[in-house]
Write a protein that binds this ligand. Structure first.
Ligand SMILES: [Zn+2]
Ligand SMILES: [Zn+2]
Length: 109
């Protein structure tokens, strides 16, 4: 996959969200309000996972499991409400805390 295609997929997904979905979509892992769009497969620009910056980083590092993607073109208000309910919130946040603690411990020696 070329860098150009990756950037194009990202741009299309962000533009689409900006144009059509001005309401917020919570992080699929922790329920945080502000989200990045994560692509599992850049050749399908509209299939994205909604992740906050922290969960996103950890998914990329393989520290958290990646939830299933949504089609940004067909997502509905009830999907969004469901996403909010399904976010593992508490458990994921405590998992994240534990990971961060480990990372700090490694840094300290
Ligand atoms: Zn999150
Ligand atoms: Zn990503």
């Amino acid at each position: 996959m070329e860098k150009r295609e990756i950037l194009k997929a990202r741009r299309m997904a962000y533009n689409y969200r900006h144009k059509h979905k001005p309401f917020h979509i919570p992080c699929q892992l922790c329920g945080a309000e502000k989200t990045d769009l994560h692509h599992e497969d850049y050749s399908v620009w509209h299939r994205v996972v909604f992740l906050c910056r922290k969960c996103h980083m950890m998914v990329h590092k393989g520290l958290l499991p990646c939830p299933p993607p949504y089609d940004i073109r067909t997502i509905t208000n009830s999907d969004i409400a469901e996403l909010g309910r399904r976010a593992l919130a508490k458990e994921i946040r405590s998992m994240r805390m534990a990971i961060l603690r480990d990372m700090e411990a490694v840094k300290m020696g």
